[in-house]
Design a protein around this ligand. Structure first.
Ligand code: NAP
Length: 492
């Protein structure tokens, strides 16, 4: 199968010369081919989106929302199919694939509800017979750039608020995962969105991403990906005075205090560290543990890690699937070597897995380091694989300091039974998301999603906050006094 771009309501072959194969990371099987597009495809998509946006913005928001309800229903109907495609394309286990599709469905219905809200503000005027209000106005054509690790959910966090607010969009999915974008484009087509409202252009970040950022008619860029790429997106976007929303990397920690329910903590750590084979932006990659329970926690983690079945995520019994590709394997293993050189103690894992059927895919053994120094590279840099580093501390203050020592600020968690410690932690942990007595993953779509410091630039996906990315505030004053009233002057 060959995938084509979806532009202006029709399927169009990209103008680039090159096809790239989409490979199942679980077994190396080629799933389809996709043509890498170029600048001219972006130009065409932007032209269509710009033309469509004028009309789309005039469609009443509750009517725009009706399309989102339809999209949500179709996704619900196809949930199993979409989850299967997702798992084959990027490797997360099928249970998580279903969860990710559900996240998209939830987002569709949630944002459809916004069609009947999109609240603005009314405030009293300082002058008589004058009315003052602010409304959310759509911005225009927006560009969405998404990563491979959540190939559908992240796109829904961006495209649904963009659409309901009256914008049109061009979506560039990651080169590794075009199939989910293709499935979503089919749904956009089937619900009969007016041509040009939703456009999908396949291609590399360097070509298609850059062309979107540089295009004068693309007013907003909403990007999710690594901090390194995000920085260059922001630099280029800044030069072109674009509104740029960035959701980037993480180095998330679970804190386990001396009064924690250790069984619960172990469950939370394993789920958030090894789910999606550690390739979630919110994945737990550090465990900051009170030294009085460190050994006990190590033993319980080791015991439970023995039960993790590794393999093709399409098999319901598998708990840890493959990582995305060979270079990810190499990067993860490289960090494990760094950890050893830094003097951390390897308690489990640390190997590329090539036994039996695993040899055709990209599998890394769930890995546990202990006695890790808080400022070592494996404790500071994003590894993006199934590797945990245990760091011992002696107090809550020290745990919070270690948590906050990284350049990232996405997610953190604390296991404690002490309500005072829990509240102090949620106040002082410098991350956009904090969990108490749960792992570092598990965001719900109706709260803002994003992080501080090197994880973001102050914007948020999801929740009502997502609307801030895709709307401008317009303040409107209506004077019905019949005379010129001057603000700040005629107020005496
Ligand atoms: P990535 O390499 O930064 O790629 C992300 C997207 O940016 C892809 O579509 C990529 O296209 C595109 N891109 C690459 N270079 C570009 C350029 N110069 N200009 C414009 N676009 C460009 O990240 P990834 O490996 O796909 O995803 C993993 C990273 O995403 C991790 O760091 C993870 O923490 C982060 N992430 C963050 C969140 C969050 O919400 N904070 C959520 C999920 C993931 P190609 O595929 O063609 O390279």
């Amino acid at each position: 199968m060959k995938l084509n771009n979806y532009i202006n309501g029709s399927w169009q072959e990209g103008g680039g010369a090159e096809y790239t194969a989409v490979v199942n990371p679980a077994n190396g099987e080629t799933l389809c081919e996709v043509k890498l597009s170029g600048k001219s495809d972006v130009d065409e998509a932007v032209k269509a989106a710009k033309k469509a946006q004028k009309e789309w913005a005039l469609v009443p928001a509750p009517k725009r929302a009706d399309y989102l309800y339809e999209i949500g229903w179709l996704m619900k109907e196809r949930k199993e199919h979409l989850a299967q495609v997702l798992t084959k394309e990027m490797g997360k286990v099928i249970e998580e694939g279903r969860g990710e599709v559900q996240e998209g469905i939830d987002m569709a219905f949630y944002m459809a509800g916004e069609g009947r809200r999109l609240f603005g503000e009314t405030v009293p005027s300082e002058l008589q017979d004058k009315f003052a209000m602010s409304v959310r106005a759509p911005i225009g054509v927006v560009g969405l750039i998404t990563p491979w690790n959540f190939p559908v959910a992240i796109a829904t966090w961006k495209s649904f608020p963009a659409m309901v607010a009256g914008n049109t969009f061009i979506w560039k999915p990651a080169t590794e995962t075009p199939m989910m974008a293709y499935e979503m484009a089919k749904i956009f087509d089937e619900v009969g969105l007016p041509p040009g409202v939703a456009n999908v252009v396949f291609g590399s970040g360097g070509e298609v991403g850059t062309a979107m950022i540089e295009h004068p008619d693309v007013r907003v860029i909403s990007f999710t990906g690594s901090t390194e790429t995000g920085r260059s997106v922001a630099e280029l976007g800044g030069r072109h005075l674009k509104k740029v929303s960035l959701e980037m990397g993480g180095k998330n920690a679970v804190i386990v205090m001396d009064d924690a329910d250790l069984d619960l903590a172990v469950e939370g750590i394993l789920w958030s560290a090894f789910g999606t084979a550690g390739q979630r932006c919110t994945a737990c990659s550090r465990v900051i543990v009170h030294s009085s329970v460190k050994e006990e926690l190590e033993q319980r983690l080791l015991e439970q890690m023995k039960g993790l079945t590794i393999g093709d995520g399409i098999d319901e019994s598998v708990k840890v699937g493959p990582v995305i590709n060979a270079s990810a394997l190499e990067k993860i293993h490289g960090y494990v070597e760094v950890g050893k050189q830094e003097g951390a103690k390897l308690l489990a894992g640390g190997r590329v897995l090539e036994d039996g059927s695993l040899k055709d895919g990209y599998y890394y053994e769930p890995t546990l380091f202990t006695d890790v120094k808080w400022d070592s590279r494996i404790a500071q840099e994003e590894i993006f694989g199934p590797v945990i580093s245990l760091i011992a501390v002696d107090s809550l203050d020290e745990a919070i300091e270690v948590n906050n020592s990284v350049t990232y600020g996405l997610s953190s968690s604390i296991f404690t039974r002490d309500i005072n410690q829990a509240f102090r932690a949620q106040r002082d942990l410098d991350t956009g998301i904090v969990y108490v007595n749960a792992g570092t993953t598990g965001a719900e779509i109706h709260l803002p999603f994003g992080g501080t410091k090197g994880t973001g630039n102050g914007h948020r996906d999801s929740g009502v906050a997502a609307l801030d990315v895709f709307t401008e505030w317009k303040s409107i004053y209506v004077d019905y006094s019949g005379r010129l009233q001057r603000a700040q002057i005629d107020t005496e």
